[in-house]
Design a protein around this ligand. Structure first.
Ligand SMILES: C[S@@+](CC[C@H](N)C(=O)[O-])C[C@H]1O[C@@H](n2cnc3c(N)ncnc32)[C@H](O)[C@@H]1O
Length: 303
């Protein structure tokens, strides 16, 4: 894994970051988010103030990814490009009273700004698939290129990932994918994720709740919470004797990253933290690429 280079942000970068945060509010599309909220009786994913940060990170990824794909196609010929978000939510997120774009809308908006779109955007949510589908359908007037270019499932993410690999990715000779894997905690099973990671040409952005998982491992070690132990065994794809040795969130993060790294040669991570180190809320964003030196690794906040 590469070491992160830390440096002070320039004033330009801070301004660009501020602009990017406002992009999540979809100001440029007028009252579209409020209109979408009416579909599905106002159901939204409610989060705390640190949640938009992962969406901000996603928004830095999608445009450059598509531009890189376009460049590669110009050099090597046509490729099918997939976007996969199997914990997609309702399409709308709320922090207190503020409504902002959920991950599917962030990806759609970023793709809209690019000449090269995705050939297929695959979304899924076990609980909100239907409302998300209706909301995305309502967006096709605003984004006509979306017509026929998206599918929304409403089932278990693990099943969808396995099916998508089989039904779409395995069949295409020249393909690439960008996947966003954003479970609440440990709903993603290693067996399903590994199927995707084995498809070499593709980048993955995973949220890893390392702190909460480390706490649950503590409970499992004490013989509590059998159901959680079973879920963690599937999350890590390992026998409990392996992951029960992980004693801290850093060990959980590094262990999981090492597993991803076995399939993807390039892995970087960012820790999102609220409050002091060791207190409050923390999660890790893992970026992995099938390319051992992806062009997006050079991106800064101006991109
Ligand atoms: C962290 S939220 C995702 C938020 C969304 N990615 C966003 O940023 O706007 C996790 C989502 O996963 C869904 N979910 C939970 N368990 C699931 C499962 N086993 N399969 C698919 N979706 C699941 C929940 O309904 C919830 O909307």
């Amino acid at each position: 894994m590469r070491k992160k280079r830390r440096r002070k942000k320039t004033a330009d970068e801070i301004e660009s970051l501020d602009k990017r945060i406002r992009v999540l509010l979809w100001e440029r599309y007028g009252n579209t988010l409020a209109e979408l909220e009416k579909i599905g009786n106002g159901v939204v994913n409610e989060f705390r103030e640190w949640t938009p940060l992962k969406l901000l990170a996603l928004s830095y990824f999608v445009g450059p990814y598509l531009r890189i794909m376009k460049g590669l196609e110009e050099r090597y010929g046509s490729t099918k490009v997939f976007y996969i978000d199997v914990f997609a939510g309702t399409g709308l997120n709320k922090v207190e009273d503020v409504l902002f774009a959920g991950s599917p809308l962030v990806a759609i908006d970023c793709a809209h700004q690019c000449e090269r779109k995705f050939d297929l955007m695959i979304f899924n949510d076990l609980f909100y698939g239907k409302v998300l589908e209706n909301r995305i359908k309502a967006l096709t007037d605003l984004f006509p290129w979306l017509e026929g270019k998206f599918i929304v499932y409403s089932t278990d993410a693990n099943k969808v990932l396995a099916d998508v690999v089989e039904k779409y990715l395995a069949k295409e000779k020249y393909k690439n994918y960008l996947a966003f894997i954003d479970p609440y905690r440990s709903e993603i099973k290693w067996k399903a994720l590994e199927k995707l990671l084995r498809i070499k040409h593709g980048d993955v952005f995973i949220t890893c709740q390392a702190r909460s998982i480390a706490r649950e491992i503590g409970g499992c070690r004490k013989g509590l919470k059998r159901e959680v132990c079973r879920e963690l065994a599937e999350y890590f794809g390992e026998d409990p004797s392996v992951w029960m040795r992980l004693e801290s969130e850093e060990e959980v993060r590094d262990f999981y990253i090492a597993k991803v790294n076995r399939h993807k040669p390039f892995v970087e991570c960012i820790t999102i933290r609220s409050g002091r180190v060791g207190k409050g809320f923390e999660y890790v964003l893992i970026f992995a690429s099938g390319d051992d030196n992806p062009d997006w690794a050079l991106l800064n906040t101006k991109s």
